[in-house]
Design a protein around this ligand. Structure first.
Ligand code: NAD
Ligand code: LMR
Length: 329
């Protein structure tokens, strides 16, 4: 029997938490032979409902779940964690812009960055889901000087999955046949979903779509606003699809991406594609050996450049507005 992996999940009493924890405990993220311990964090007001979630986890009798702790102390939640999924934050509601969340949620991630630095495994894999995800991941990374910046990532996988699904429907192919989608930049309405490098089993997606007007005026804006559309329809922000994306993000980071494919992850830039080093930007990556590699040297058109720069500039604005939360800046 393998030793258990400690997985910290913040905001565990929330709606994403409710879609996430049971799938992790069933083995969908780290495999059906990997025992796990869940270390669940929420704020004091949410601990009573977290107790209910704990009861339900117990009632499932998951064979892989060798322990569960609940706490409102980030250091306890992150103690010896090998994986930290930072979901807890206030979500956007109808009419709210993402930047409204910056200040409120940024403070959470500076505290949690420090706690990760103090308590987590040195090779902890950190996924930030709570919005604004890229800037929150950046804040956490900057508050954890003892951890490698490469341990930190922001979730672009929901955007990536959304783009796969829309393209598959457009060209009438199964989702599994589409490879090499990219969502560049920020998890926000400035993101740039880019199908120019995508392939289906029988050709380049761009050629199969063969409709530049659809790409520019339907696909890109609809992907950029999909989160808002879900909020308008549900009255709540996406949860099951976000949890699904979080599981896919961690699973691929740990076990590797499929052959001849890549995924989109928000990671600190290494300076590639003209994005300055350190910016927490959505890039195409391949994963193997429990590490990611940025996909190098893709051809970037003038159109791509313009879109990639817009989302980069938004990240710079977000960073400017939270600079008081960053260590050493
Ligand atoms: P929710 O309101 O249902 O749950 C949030 C939970 O976080 C609550 O239980 C709350 O008590 C907890 N929380 C608040 N502050 C906390 C803190 N300091 N420490 C620990 N827990 C804290 O929200 P949700 O629908 O689960 O969404 C969570 C976050 O994920 C939101 O910020 C939302 O915008 C974001 N989100 C991101 C993506 C993405 O693709 N990156 C997709 C969907 C949602
Ligand atoms: C989403 O993409 O569904 C979430 O990030 C919700 C939001 O606030 O856009």
């Amino acid at each position: 029997m393998k030793p258990p992996v400690r997985i910290a999940v913040t905001g565990a009493a929330g709606q994403i938490g409710y879609s996430l924890l049971f799938r992790i405990a069933a083995g969908e993220m780290l495999g059906r032979d990997q025992p796990i311990i869940l270390q669940l964090l929420d704020i004091p007001q949410s601990l009573p409902s977290l107790k209910g979630v704990l009861m339900e986890l117990e009632d499932c009798a998951f064979p892989l779940l060798t322990g569960v702790t609940t706490t409102d102390d980030p250091r306890s939640a992150f103690r010896d964690a090998g994986i930290a999924m930072l979901v807890g934050a206030r979500p956007r509601s109808k009419g709210m812009e993402r930047r409204d969340l910056l200040e409120a949620n940024g403070v959470i991630f500076s505290t949690q960055g420090r706690a990760l630095d103090e308590a987590a495994c040195r090779d902890v894999k950190v996924l930030v889901v709570g919005n604004p995800a890229n800037t929150n991941a950046y804040i956490a990374m900057k508050n954890a000087p003892g951890l490698n910046p490469g341990n930190f990532s922001a979730m672009m996988r929901l955007d990536h999955n959304r783009a796969l699904s829309q393209v598959a429907a457009k060209i009438g192919r199964p989702v599994s046949s589409i490879r090499k989608m990219i969502v560049w930049g920020n998890h926000s309405p400035t993101q740039y979903p880019d199908l120019n490098h995508a392939e289906a089993d029988d050709g380049k997606v761009r050629d199969l779509v063969n409709d530049p007007e659809w790409v520019e005026n339907y696909f890109i804006p609809h992907m950029q606003n999909r989160g808002t559309e879900v909020i308008a329809a549900r009255g709540l922000s996406s949860a099951a699809s976000a949890a699904n994306a979080a599981i896919g993000h961690v699973r691929d980071w740990v076990f590797g991406t499929r052959e001849d494919d890549w995924v989109s992850m928000g990671i600190p830039s290494d300076g590639s594609y003209g994005i300055p080093e350190g910016v927490m930007y959505g890039f195409p990556v391949t994963c193997s050996g429990s590490a990611y590699q940025l996909v190098p040297a893709l051809e970037i058109s003038e159109f791509d450049r313009t879109k990639m720069d817009i989302t980069y500039r938004e990240l710079m604005e977000e960073r400017e507005s939270v600079k008081h939360l960053l260590l050493n800046s």
